[in-house]
Design a protein around this ligand. Structure first.
Ligand code: SF4
Length: 304
């Protein structure tokens, strides 16, 4: 415990000395969330990264998130404490694959989930997060074909909500795909009367079994208003810490403990401290990729 306290004190000291801000995704380890200046979903963190006056951003998340922060703030130093923290879903699409898809669908608008590399974003017309995917798709003229990449489950969810049919890239989040409708049914019988929330990266049958389909930011907002004493949450288990901090009077239960993303759990307090000490792990993107990728992210932020 004393060792942890020392680490936290040193992080605070160096953060001030470096004029740094620590951003953490909702799925990070609880002690990393607790040391962060801001904890949020991808959209909230991109907006924070763009707005912060800090010169250094320590991004506790996975590679594409730090890259997105750099796209919006190239004048800042964006540090990813663990270089190996990637996203298996983002790796399911390559720029060459997307270029071939574009060729097969000339004239289509490419909507790209932010869980993707900067090189893939650069070939897209507009980005989206799970929080604003519906709004982004609705912003595209109805007579234009849409190619949605890389998450087929989020894409299918958006299709059902908007009534738009889209060409879906066959990617998915392997962590959310571990969740099954049976997990939700079991949780409902173990916690009668509980509200059930699912993330739109879940399989459609899991979303169908839930009461609400919400992004992690949407879950935080719903937590503030729910009247339910118990909530079953079908998303990555790190979310529970965030929700319990928001509503200590509500019991939050994981639909399945198997939904644990090891990439999201790679970063520890020592890694945050090492990043601030050494200033190593800076994420950069070459201008020829950054400019078109930043345009796709900026268009998303305009839609909101
Ligand atoms: S939870 Fe899924 S989408 Fe998020 S970083 Fe892990 S693998 Fe990628």
């Amino acid at each position: 415990m004393m060792e942890t306290d020392r680490t936290i004190r040193e992080i605070e000291r160096l953060k001030a000395a470096r004029r740094a801000v620590i951003l953490a995704h909702n799925y990070q380890e609880s002690d990393v969330q607790d040391v962060a200046d801001f904890v949020g979903d991808s959209l909230e963190l991109s907006q924070k990264a763009a707005a912060t006056p800090a010169e250094v951003i320590v991004f506790c998340g996975v590679h594409f998130m730090a890259e997105t922060a750099f796209l919006l703030s190239p004048e800042k130093t964006v540090l990813l404490p663990r270089a190996a923290a990637g996203c298996p879903m983002a790796d399911m699409i390559t720029p060459d694959g997307l270029a071939a898809m574009r060729d097969a669908h000339p004239g289509a608008a490419v909507v790209c989930y932010v869980n993707s590399s900067a090189a893939v974003k650069a070939l897209s017309d507009i980005c989206c997060t799970s929080a604003n995917a519906e709004r982004v798709v609705r912003s595209i003229p109805e007579d234009r074909e849409i190619v949605f990449v890389p998450d087929k489950y989020l894409g299918r969810h958006v299709e059902r909500r908007t009534g738009r049919s889209m060409v879906l890239w066959p990617g998915f989040c392997p962590i959310h795909a571990r969740l099954e409708a049976l997990d939700v049914r079991r949780a409902r019988s173990a916690h009668p009367g509980a509200e059930v929330w699912a993330h739109p990266e879940c399989r459609p049958e899991v979303s169908d079994a839930a009461d609400f389909v919400l992004s992690t930011g949407g879950m935080v907002r719903r937590a503030r208003e729910t009247k339910s004493a118990t909530v079953v949450v079908a998303t990555e288990v790190g979310m529970l810490h965030r929700l319990r901090a928001e509503r200590p009077d509500v019991t939050f239960v994981a639909a399945s403990e198997a939904a644990l993303c090891t990439n999201m759990k790679m970063t520890g307090l020592r890694d945050v401290l090492a990043a601030l000490e050494t200033m190593r792990g800076a994420i950069t993107v070459p201008d020829e990729v950054r400019e078109p990728a930043a345009r796709a992210v900026a268009r998303m932020l305009e839609v909101g």
